[in-house]
Design a protein around this ligand. Structure first.
Ligand code: SF4
Length: 218
């Protein structure tokens, strides 16, 4: 049984880059799942993974509702970092249903479940550790998270949880990583096009729907 308290104490003292390097020493790479939405601050974690374990698979949940700019950004980062991206798609029938019924308007929780949560659920069982780029500053739920966090049968690993967005942007500037094209247009956080508006941090996500998370990280 992995002792999360010991791991958190050990990793807290490390810089995010050293945390990622250490992760690939402490755990079997084949058991480490990396996901990315190719959003505003995603490149930092992608860059860290690429440094620590080049060509490690990056899973992208392709809901079919992403902005064209996000898909173009994904391709650009793939070329820049030499990423090995694996697209994870929802069940076709359910995805069509969500489109026909415009579920993002009528029941966004079910829409996220069909198009995001369930597709990831299908592959999660193959892994012990799940790497994601959550930061405490992003939401009330996230501010209580630690670097390692048990979530059901998988351990979440948040290497940049104690950074804020300004620090992530500074990192991107230092390493000359291009920003998401929509970030320059005032989008602070970017998900599916139906549920993303301009706004600081995550204010433009599911704006006016009373929803703050898609459910992947709850
Ligand atoms: S973010 Fe919106 S469009 Fe995307 S899966 Fe969730 S409800 Fe549907």
């Amino acid at each position: 049984m992995t002792n999360l308290t010991t791991l958190n104490e050990k990793y807290k003292k490390l810089h995010p880059m050293d945390r990622m390097t250490q992760l690939f020493k402490d755990f079997d790479a084949q058991k480490i799942l990396v996901t990315s939405s190719f959003g505003v601050t995603s490149p930092m974690v992608l860059h860290l993974v690429q440094q620590a374990h080049p060509q490690h698979p990056i899973h992208f949940i392709d809901t079919a509702y992403h902005f064209d700019e996000t898909l173009a950004y994904k391709e650009r980062l793939a070329q820049l970092f030499g990423l090995h991206i694996v697209d994870v798609k929802p069940n076709e029938h359910k995805n069509n249903y969500s489109q026909k019924r415009e579920l993002w308007r009528t029941n966004p929780d079910i829409c996220c479940k069909i198009n995001k949560v369930q597709p990831l659920q299908r592959i999660k069982g193959n892994y012990d550790i799940w790497v994601s780029g959550l930061m405490k500053s992003q939401s009330d739920h996230r501010k209580n998270l630690d670097i390692f966090q048990q979530k059901g049968n998988i351990i979440k690993f948040h290497p940049i949880i104690d950074m804020d967005e300004a620090e992530a942007f500074l990192y991107m500037q230092v390493y000359q990583i291009p920003s998401h094209p929509l970030a320059e247009q005032g989008y602070g956080s970017i998900g599916c096009r139906h549920c993303t508006k301009q706004g600081a941090c995550r204010l433009g996500r599911w704006a006016s729907l009373g929803k703050t998370e898609c459910g992947l990280h709850l």
